[in-house]
Structures are given as C-alpha cells and as structure tokens.
Design a protein around this ligand. Structure first.
Ligand code: F0G
Length: 344
C-alpha cells in the first residue's frame, strides 16, 4: 500500500484526540543506513537513522504532523513556536499545508541559514528575539496561555506522540530495539519521545546515550546554563523543557547523558560525511558521544548493535562547511591545466 504518512501508519499507537484532522507531508519512513566502515572502526554494528530526509530536512516533521493535525482539528487559526531553526521550518511547512498562520520566534543571529530560509519560504512570520531560545520559549508559552494561538513546541504532548514513531520504525526495521541509541539532546523532546516509543512498542529497550554540546550542557552540569554557546546552534539551549524526562530516559535505560566539545561534534560531522551522510553539526552529536565514550571504553558498545540518530540534514547549515574552506581553486578552461591540476 502506498505510504500515507506516519499518523496513518501508526495510528493505533498514537494518543491523538478524535478531532485530529491529518495534515501530512508523508514524513517519517526514513532510512536506517548501515555504516559498516565506521562501525568496524568503533567495533560495533552501526546504523544511522537519517532523519534529515524528512520533508523539511529534520525529525521535527514527525512531531509537527501530529501537533498541527490536532491544532487544525480543534479549529486553531494560528500556530506559534520558539525555535533554534528546525522547529520553525517544520511548523511553517505544516501550517502552510493546513492553511494556518504561523509565527516563529528565533534567537537573533543564531539560526542556520537553511532553516531561516525554510521558515521564510513556507510563509512563516519570523521574529528574532534579542535573547536565547530559552527566552523565546518563555514568550510563546505566555502568549499561548493568554490567547487561542496554538503552541507547537515539544511541550505540546502531540509532538511527543508523533516523534515516538521513529522508535517504532527502528524496531520494525531491525526486528527489535538496538542495544544502544545515541542522539543529540537540546530541549529534550526527542529523547523523551524515543524512550516513550520504545517502552510502548515492546520490542526491547535500548540503552540511551543523550549527547549535549559542552557549552550548552545543563543536564550534565545539573543546572541551567544562562548563556549557552555551541557551534551546534540547533541544541544551543540552557534550560531544556523536558530535562527531567531526559534524565529519566537515561537513568531508566541504564544509559547516560554526556557532553562533547564543538571540535568533537565537527569531527563526527566529517566522519559521517566521508561515509556519504552529511548532517548538520547538532545531528553529529550522537556519533560524537559514541566515539568519545567508546574511546575510553566506558560505553560497553563493543560488538553491540548501535543506532545513531542524525536529526537534521547538512544542507540546513551550509556555512559551517563553506566558511572553514578556502574557495575551490579556479583554473583556465583548458585540458592541460586540468590534467596538471589533478596530476593525471
Ligand atoms: N537535532 C536537531 C537538528 C535539532 O534541531 C534539535 C532541536 C535537536 C537535535 C534536539 O532535539 O530539542 O528534542 O532535544 N531543535 C529545536 C528547534 C530546539 O527549535 O528546532 P530536542
């Protein structure tokens, strides 16, 4: 049967109200890509769940199809979110699809160009906040408490319902849950969703490695970070809304939450790209955590089946690559010049 989107496929597992009216861009059903070379290096059976292949280029579409389907079904006319970029693009796309107005609040100057362009292209009203993601989130929470505007951040429980489906897909693909699941943690909606999804699906439970950027690691430090900073702008978050649940997922699964440096994140991004999977920096944090932990032998991932979740596509943040790269050499349009250049 042709694919009709993840609400349709997993409806019986999703706690969505009767008034839900499905708004879908055929999100989900993303590939679980085997990474044999990297896996050999790390001594495990490694897969990447490539969530960058969702319609707007990130995993947010899983939660957004659910949140917008519920909102439109209950008669909402406007949706709003705070975002480091991906949620904004996703909210804008699903609102456009549903014929709703969308308003997105982003931290000034800290959103990657592919995400901002997406939000604009899909017709969102984009507002920069002179503050952090956390400040923007407080504002949207307040305005949705005082007005009928629908909140589509992952505080919205339907976002979690939609995002659980990635855990279902992994189990369907592998036949059971992997031994380890490694993923980036920002506002902590996604780690909460995966853990809920694995528990519900009853195909085994992975140990969960949640990975934060060292400059934005409130869950590792055990306290909020007032001025989070990291090259992985998607997870530049100091007060995760679902922090408690992230700690619970790590604790209950006998996993852990760790922090990695920006250098480790960018190195993991290169490792993935050189095996053909280009992801944005935050999305490489899961692998960076796995590498860091495997290196010191603490993770016990040796010989195990490991799924690394790559949450967003590399094309979301092209400048991180182009800015660190001198422009390609120019040569005359001449065969000899080319032959000389490539040593042929
Ligand atoms: N990876 C990417 C690419 C993200 O965009 C985000 C979050 C995360 C990981 C972390 O997920 O917040 O559920 O722990 N981005 C949000 C946004 C905050 O606004 O797009 P989380």
């Amino acid at each position: 049967m042709t694919y009709q989107g993840l609400i349709h496929r997993y409806k019986q597992y999703l706690d969505l109200p009767d008034h839900t009216r499905i708004i879908s861009l055929l999100e989900g059903d993303t590939p679980l890509i085997p990474m044999p070379r990297l896996g050999r290096e790390l001594g495990c059976e490694l897969f990447v769940k490539f969530e960058g292949l969702n319609p707007t280029g990130s995993f947010k579409d899983r939660g957004m199809t659910a949140a917008v389907s519920e909102a439109v079904g209950r008669g909402a006319g406007t949706v709003i979110c705070a975002s480091t970029g991906n949620t904004a693009a996703s909210a804008a796309a699903y609102a456009a699809r549903a014929g709703l107005r969308s308003i997105v609040l982003i931290p000034e100057g800290k959103v990657a160009v592919g995400k901002l362009a997406g939000a604009i292209a899909y017709g969102a009203e984009v507002i920069q906040i002179q503050g952090s993601f956390d400040d923007a989130l407080s504002l949207v929470v307040e305005i949705t408490q005082k007005t009928p505007i629908a909140l589509v951040n992952s505080i919205n429980p339907y976002r979690i319902e939609g995002q659980k489906t990635s855990a279902f897909e992994i189990c369907d693909e592998l036949g059971s849950a992997p031994d380890w699941l490694c993923l980036p943690v920002g506002n902590a909606g996604n780690i909460t969703s995966y853990w809920a999804g694995f528990k519900q699906y009853q195909k085994g439970l992975p140990r969960v490695l949640g990975v934060q950027a060292a400059g934005a690691a409130p869950l590792v430090l055990g306290r909020p970070v007032e001025k989070p900073e990291t090259v992985a702008t998607a997870i530049r978050i100091g007060k995760p809304a679902r922090g408690e649940q992230a700690l619970e997922a790590a604790g209950q699964s006998n996993g852990k939450i760790v922090a990695v440096s920006d250098e480790e994140i960018l190195s993991a991004q290169r490792m993935l790209a050189l095996e053909g999977v280009w992801v944005e920096p935050a999305s490489a944090a899961g692998l960076a955590g796995l590498v860091a932990e495997s290196g010191v032998g603490k993770l016990e991932a040796k010989g195990k089946r490991v799924v690394v979740v790559c949450t967003g596509h590399g094309m979301k943040d092209p400048s991180i690559i182009t800015e660190s790269f001198a422009s390609p050499k120019a040569i005359p349009a001449d065969y000899r010049a080319l032959a000389e250049m490539i040593g042929a």
